[in-house]
Design a binder for this molecule. Sequence first.
Ligand code: C5P
Length: 400
Amino acid sequence: MAEVVLGVAGGIASYKAAELLRLFTESGHSVRVVPTESSLHFVGAATWEALSGKPVQVGVFEHVDEVAHVRIGQGADLVLVAPATANILAKAAHGLADDLLTNTLLTARCPVMFAPAMHTEMWENAATQANVATLRARGHVVIEPAVGRLTGVDTGKGRLPAPAEIFAAALDVLAGRAQDLAGRHVVVSAGGTREFLDPVRYLGNRSSGRQGFALAAAAVSRGARVTVVAANVSLPRPAGVDVVDVVSTEELRQQVHRAAADADAVVMAAAPADFRPADVVGAKIKKTADGVAPEIRLVENPDILVELVTARTSKRPVIVGFAAETGDASASVIEHARAKLARKGCDLLVVNDVSGGQVFGQDDNEAVLLGADGSVEQFPRGPKGELAHQIWDAVVHRLD
Ligand code: C5P
């Protein structure tokens, strides 16, 4: 079990760190809480001592004989600052060391993760963004704040993600994933699009978004800034990810292209509809008295993956497609997939055999990763999160 340092900075969200602490301790980890002076205005040291079962110290001049300012950081397996204020991000980015937490950040040899929480203006301020970029470039994990209700009546980006989400992301970081996507922006599309026929009916598909969300969570744990373009996904959002919700293939297309403009990698895990109704009628289509069903004419949607490949001028971004395939009399699943990879022109194709529909909505997946360079990697049946990491391994390899 891990030695975790939980840094708590002075924001109203610090009360949520108490639940985060419980999640760690209840799963057997040992947690040492290091609050900043100002955070004690929100949650007192007694709370942290009671919940962690360990003494709490803020400055470096108490118990000097224990050399806590060096020991705590040296002995940690993970330093997690949640909530991280604009102030602690700035101090960490510049290497200041005027209290126990900032000293600990400088002595830590283990992964360091920040879960920022602040008002939108502070988060978007150029100084904060520059500090976040500096920390990420050094290999620290800075997860994106969530969007929602902030202190008072305002809403916007800057909320601390739910403790359970931060905990899940922290476990992934603790699992020792290399921070090999630090400083990178990756885009993942997830879910299945809907093409409306009339105000109530649509053509859809069975994609749940699970694999896309697993890719997003895995990329966060490897230090990436992550944008997910999510088509009709009803799953809990992974912590630290920018989620853009869309419904139709056309919306997905616009948002993927927008996000891809500065991306290092784009993974098209979504299932966009290949066809849409030629006409969308404004009123619900009624049954006719003579019982004749309406004919629905379809037109083809643009292939976003092919557009991404066509639009790029260099080897960036690395582009990954997914292929749900079934074998038939003319060719095997892999033969069909090879032909598709050549047609689409992407760098990698993740191939699922969907004969029998066994992939959709499940926690597990089984796939083959085909590379444009001729490589073939098997992923035997296993959790979608593990497949996600194998896909990022292959992407990182192509980024270098
Ligand atoms: O041709 P097929 O639909 O099997 O290709 C699947 C891959 O192409 C997936 O990565 C999917 O996200 C992408 N795709 C796309 N635009 C479409 C249809 C599929 O980008 N209109």
